[in-house]
Design a protein around this ligand. Structure first.
Ligand code: ACM
Ligand code: ZN
Length: 758
């Protein structure tokens, strides 16, 4: 138990130091991420120096060790053994992970019910110390900490980050660095995606070929999957984590209150394992470890032999990982091979199953029963809902939130990771200089805006939402620097989504804290993306006048712009009010802090065509995750970016035919109409099957098949040469995604860009 030793003298000394605290480095405002539940700033400072002491007992070993080490390694300060800083076991604190951090001029008290709660108090205190502590370079003898009381607890119990080490692999040191970052942000779960078509990364002693064969691929795709023809680097790539390394990582994570959940993918994403042991597949065919991205037909066969293998693998996994959960994948398992496999068809017969979807359920349920018998629970991607849900499974909802709603209504726990808000492999900026990413557009603000609780759930069902997670799929992240670039600062936003109270969340306030937090990330040598000084623009139409508004998120900065295509500099026009637009125009702008230019150049070309500012209606509402700037965005003179189909100029519809009407206000000569569609098979996005045009004079009178294309963008232009007030456009959705493609069996998305009327 904790022993209270008040040393009156130390109180007196601390008080004396606090009187001259203004001379010392101090944190004057609260800049904590994720933002705490309540914080009260009090007068005075706690002065941290060599005279200060710390005590903690075994109840708070992890958090006490962490704090002492952080201070003593981070600076030249050595702590004495007394209770100036101490930890108090307080069972009156409601939440297991909650804490109270009380900083007074003469003492710091951390109160919590668990070591984990105290650990989060320590992470808060850490963020009140100068960033130099992070890389052990704080060389002053004293630091003053603003007095305050923080009462804090998380909103969600599952606060996670995922990392795919199958597509690209990262060093043990990097995995630890990643776990460190999670812990700093009060996240408690590291979802380690360990097996993939392109590489098996966990040592399984009983099956040496997993190490010799499945862990290596012959070469890797160069560039983006949609760049045709595919090219490869010709370099063998791979590796795996030994069980000793895995144990070391798990222990490291435990000392930071992070649970590691391993993912062993089944029945799909299994090509690497099948390359090592072809008998695990349906065909027995010798295949290679995959060298490009996507979804592959080779999946585990449902014969007993495969289950024996999987059970052996899981035995070793269970022995290594203390987590309650084992993630068993379950996503993107094409059923083609099961359909033509005698063994799988026999299984369907003997088990009285209806089809291959029920076979998927059989597969998952059988694995679940095995893991339950070992005292573990399963978690799986939302495809595990196919053909019925295994009795105790937790669902990770990634294809939107439908899976989560369905599972919670069946009283199953869910973790939210919808692509729209949680896929950090998507682009985070529309800047054309961004490194190649898988596609999509998920800026910081959109992550921040995420509410893990689906509106469709009632009060009773909400309890099944455990929390949320950011996902890092690494097809386009060959280096750890690149992983960091994609993870930060979006991980900061996610930490606040899962930890902070909704009423305390404010994006502008968050960006101010991110600006400060970046200094800490610099000290931690984390290669974060910085889009804080980028500009967003919006075309505003009111009556007959149109103007272009510019904005940037951070405060106290100046935007300067040009209209002559030149680069903005310190003497360019300062932006004050929206810029009137009367013709096609290119606006370039940048953010300045007095004389210093901060971010990259913003450039927007406004195509002042005949429909700009006119009226548009669409018979369907765009999907709420991709509603851009609404239907008006299709005739605002601004085109979306080529690869970021999720930016505000694109509209996304899921599986629907749509009818668009544009009212030009009066009869107008229309020579041509041009639009374009995004095409991204990997993201289930297809150009429509067919497009029809019509005019007020004739009704629908022109139909065009849209050619299938491998390109990212499909352009459509029709010559009209009519005089018309109304333009009608009908789009037929591509339909169900055919077998052999990513997302096979699901409805295709349609993404449409600006409709240019000339
Ligand atoms: C996934 O993104 N295939 C879960
Ligand atoms: Zn089979």
């Amino acid at each position: 138990m904790y022993i209270k030793k008040i040393v009156a003298l130390s109180v007196f000394i601390s008080f004396l130091f606090s009187c001259k605290s203004e001379e010392h480095r101090t944190t004057k405002i609260s800049q904590i991420i994720p933002t705490p539940s309540t914080q009260t700033i009090n007068p005075g400072y706690f002065v941290l120096n060599n005279d200060v002491g710390i005590t903690y007992d075994d109840n708070f070993k992890t958090s006490g060790d962490f704090l002492q080490n952080f201070i003593e390694t981070g600076s030249s300060i050595t702590l004495e053994n007394n209770d100036d800083i101490t930890f108090v076991l307080d069972n009156s604190i409601e939440h297991n992970e909650g804490y109270v951090l009380d900083i007074k001029p003469y003492e710091i008290r951390i109160r919590a019910k668990t070591d984990r709660g105290a650990f989060y108090a320590v992470q808060t205190l850490r963020q009140l110390l100068p960033p130099e502590f992070e890389n052990n370079t704080f060389s002053e003898e004293t630091v003053s900490i603003q007095c305050m009381t923080i009462t804090d607890a998380p909103q969600f119990s599952y606060r996670g980050m995922h990392l795919d080490v199958g597509r690209h692999m990262f060093s043990v040191d990097f995995i630890k660095k990643y776990i460190d970052a999670l812990a700093m942000l009060k996240m408690n779960t590291f979802h380690w995606h360990l097996t993939e078509d392109q590489g098996w990364r966990i040592e399984i002693k009983k099956y040496p070929k997993l190490q010799e064969v499945a862990a290596f691929r012959d070469e890797t795709l160069i560039g983006h999957y949609s760049d045709q023809p595919h090219q490869f680097d010709g370099k063998r790539y791979g590796g795996f984590y030994t069980q000793a390394e895995i144990k070391d990582i798990i222990a490291y994570a435990q000392s930071r209150q992070v649970t590691v959940i391993p993912e062993i993918e089944l029945p799909g994403h299994a090509q690497a394992a099948i390359a090592a042991y072809p008998n695990l597949g349906c065909t027995g065919e010798q295949v290679d470890v995959a060298t490009k991205w996507g979804v592959f037909e080779h999946i585990y066969c449902s014969k007993d032999e495969t289950f024996e293998f999987l059970e052996d693998v899981l035995d070793e996994v269970v022995a290594l990982f203390p987590s309650e959960y084992i993630h068993i994948g379950g996503d993107e398992a094409p059923k083609t091979q099961w359909k033509s496999c005698n063994k799988c068809q026999e299984r369907i017969q003997s088990e009285g199953l209806k089809d291959e979807h029920e076979l998927q359920n059989y597969f998952i349920t059988r694995i679940e029963a095995y893991l339950n018998s070992k005292g573990k629970q399963i978690i799986g991607w939302d495809e595990i809902l196919e053909g019925g849900l295994a009795p105790n499974a937790t669902v990770m909802s990634w294809r939107g939130i439908k899976g989560a709603v369905e599972a919670a209504k069946q009283k199953h726990n869910v973790v939210m990771t919808p692509t729209s808000h949680c896929y950090f492999d998507y682009y985070q900026s529309t800047n054309p200089d961004e490194p190649t990413a898988i596609g999509g557009f998920l800026p910081l603000e959109k992550v921040y805006s995420f509410n893990p609780i689906p509106e469709e759930l009632n009060e009773d069902e909400v309890q099944y939402v455990l929390g949320a997670q950011g996902n890092i799929w690494t097809e386009y992240m060959p280096t750890s620097d690149q992983v960091e670039y994609m993870a930060f600062p979006r991980m900061l936003a996610m930490s606040e989504v899962v930890w902070s109270k909704d009423e305390n969340k404010n994006y502008i306030d968050f960006t101010k804290r991110v600006e400060l937090f970046n200094q800490r990330l610099d000290m931690l040598d984390i290669n974060y993306a910085n889009h804080l000084y980028e500009i967003s623009g919006e075309l505003i139409s009111e009556g007959d006048t149109t103007a272009y508004a510019l904005a940037t998120t951070t405060d106290n900065k100046t935007i300067r712009y040009t209209l002559d295509n030149s680069e903005p500099n310190v003497s360019s026009e300062v932006y004050k009010t929206p810029i009137p637009i009367t013709e096609s125009q290119t606006i370039k702008a940048a953010v300045f802090n007095s004389e210093k230019r901060l971010g990259s150049t913003f450039s927007e070309t406004i195509n002042y065509h005949k429909a700009v500012g006119k009226t548009i209606t669409i018979n369907k509402i765009p999907h709420k995750s991709y509603s851009g700037s609404g239907p008006e965005g299709l005739i605002n003179g601004i085109s979306g970016s080529d690869s970021r189909y999720g930016d505000k100029e694109w509209l996304g519809f899921w599986g629907e035919d749509i009818a668009i009407t544009i009212d030009l206000g009066e009869d107008t000569d229309v020579k041509s109409i041009k639009t374009r569609f995004h095409n991204g098979k990997g993201q289930w996005i297809y150009a429509p099957k067919e497009i029809e045009f019509g005019f007020s004079a004739h009704g629908i009178d022109s139909k065009a098949d849209i050619p299938t294309s491998e390109k990212n963008i499909v352009d459509v232009i029709i010559k009209a040469n009519v005089n018309t007030r109304y333009i009608y456009i009908k789009l037929s959705n591509y339909g169900i995604i055919p077998d052999g493609n990513q997302g096979a069996g699901n409805k295709a998305w349609t993404f449409i860009d600006e409709i240019i009327v000339n």
